[in-house]
Design a protein around this ligand. Sequence first.
Ligand SMILES: *Cc1c(COP(=O)(O)O)cnc(C)c1O
Length: 238
Amino acid sequence: MSTIAENIAKVGARIRRAAEAVQRDSQGISLLAVSKTKPAAALREAYAAGQRDFGENYLQEALDKQRELADLPLTWHFIGPIQSNKTKPIAEHFAWVHSVDRLKIAERLSAQRPAGLPPLNICLQVNVSGEDSKSGCAAAELPALAAAVAALPNLRLRGLMAIPEPSDDTAVQRAAFARLRTLGEELELPLDTLSMGMSHDLEAAIAEGATWVRIGTALFGARDYPQASTPSDKGNPA
Ligand SMILES: *Cc1c(COP(=O)(O)O)cnc(C)c1O
């Protein structure tokens, strides 16, 4: 078995154990392999081990890998910060976007979704740690944003996403994820998705209802960045 295949098996076991601990069916929890900064060959290895869903943060890097891996039936998720001048390729080349945090971006994605494709699956990213520097809409803005996004024709609002402040304290981790779950429950919309939990806190996220866990380091190893210019990743152990 390759290291990546072994890591996928280990993360799968963590997901099952975490689900069992809270009497959840682990079938309801999907693994999103976060492959930012990793070469196409690493994704190919993950595919050979059964992985189909991949999350990318940087548009150009993602498009390059999609071209290299066009022979594989992969499902692509965009999970990084979105500039409004980049929405068209995102609308064209992804099945999911987890990081929508303002209406303008959602409107552009809907308008630019090609007619032949199914609606783009959307998660709204919410700032659950209340820290100014993080992306995500404020909890107070969420109801209006969710209602407006749910009404857009070429999007399908699936649920919420968060990247809480990293913490080693399980209680703190769970409180942030519980907050996201509660915010979702308070919206009177048919949502089925909570995108929450990363390599260091997937157990806490699963305990609070995660349906996608977004895992990078635990599958592909630590990331190596060329410079310290990765704002979406700041503070995450890598
Ligand atoms: C990088 C990243 C992840 C994966 O984080 P790990 O700690 O490497 O598992 C998950 N979600 C988002 C939005 C990311 O940017």
